[in-house]
Design a protein around this ligand. Structure first.
Ligand code: FDA
Length: 300
């Protein structure tokens, strides 16, 4: 089963709808930290106790109903409130299409402004996940508009995009998470070979670090992590200027190792009923994940 097959499945609306009723099936519980806010708070408390920081993602994307987008905005406010109440060390990651971007930019902006106001009061940080290329330029445009008022917001840049390196220019000084990119994109806009994507990843990390921007290196790829460790050491980049990030449930040993070595480490912790698209993208990235998906199916 190929990457394309799972990326195709990830967009299947009927399966996505049914999956919300299934609970965390198909092994999703290994990579999704529960369905409720209480469950995710407990998972993060455990991570914090082990020296790992977090960023919470309330799963869901490509929302087309106004009410759903408004509910998504309120859910983010509830999450910020729960982070404060439970005194946990966690940022929040959001997707603009969950907050209504496909319905209207104004609705999405209203949601973002309410979230950022509360986050600022609570001393928290909001990271805008990067979605597919169809939403890329508008996401960057919205980020730049929000940054005129808020300094507690950043975004994600994808190294599979051919323009990724140049697109960093207007983002100097903005906290960025660098990733390889998780969507299926046309060869006209995105590198298709791992070698090119990896090389661009390192160039983007080095450029943003050299420009003084806070950089989150978000990958499970030990070769890239080692290259970044060497670069930061040789160029005297202060450890406060960068952090490593990985997804919940992936390479836990390496997550702890990096934290134990004194690097800031942040785990991306997704939760919620809308796990289907996220889970399919994880299967697309790494066929070995199928092993625990199949085990999950059998045990249900
Ligand atoms: P990749 O999957 O290319 O793996 C490279 C090598 O690393 C493998 O060959 C293997 O040697 C090793 N490896 C990888 N996984 C392993 C495992 N589980 N166990 C053992 N070895 C393993 N994408 C996006 O488009 N927008 C976004 O906003 C985000 N946000 C985001 C946040 C965070 C914290 C992370 C970690 C990732 C994202 N992504 C993302 C997803 C990202 O774009 C990418 O699809 C995945 O991270 C997979 O790529 P990797 O960099 O992990 O390496």
């Amino acid at each position: 089963m190929s990457r394309h097959f799972f990326l195709f499945l990830s967009k299947n609306k009927a399966l996505n709808k049914s999956a919300k009723k299934w609970g965390l099936r198909l092994g999703a519980a290994k990579v999704v930290a529960g369905v409720t806010i209480d469950e995710v708070m407990q998972s993060i408390q455990q991570l914090n106790e082990q020296g790992l920081k977090a960023t919470i993602d309330h799963l869901g994307e490509f929302v087309t109903e106004r009410e759903e987008a408004e509910n998504a905005g309120s859910a983010c406010l509830d999450i910020l409130e729960a982070i404060k109440r439970n005194n946990i060390d966690s940022h929040v990651s959001v997707k603009l299409t969950k907050l209504g971007l496909d319905i209207s930019r104004e609705l999405c902006m209203e949601n973002m402004r309410s979230i950022l106001d509360v986050a600022k009061t609570n001393g928290n940080f909001i990271n805008i996940d990067m979605e597919d290329y169809a939403h890329y330029h508008e996401t960057l445009d919205i980020l730049l508009e929000l940054r005129q008022k808020y300094d507690n917001v950043g975004t994600v840049m994808q190294s599979y995009l051919r323009s990724g390196l140049d697109d960093l220019d207007p983002l100097q000084g903005i906290p960025l998470r660098i990733v390889k990119g998780a969507y299926q994109e046309d060869a006209a806009v995105a590198y298709q070979d791992k070698e090119d994507i990896d090389a661009n990843f390192l160039c983007m990390v080095e450029k943003h670090l050299r420009n003084g921007g806070h950089t989150a290196i978000a990958t499970h790829d030990h070769t890239i992590i080692e290259a970044v460790q060497t670069f930061t050491r040789e160029n005297n980049i202060p450890t406060e200027q960068f952090e490593f990030q990985m997804l919940y449930g992936f390479r836990q040993e390496l997550q702890h190792q990096l934290a134990d070595e004194g690097y800031t480490f942040r785990t991306y912790v997704p939760f919620g009923q809308d796990w289907y698209g996220y889970f399919m993208r994880r299967l697309a990235e790494r066929p070995q994940n199928i092993v625990f998906a199949v085990r999950g199916m059998i045990s249900k």
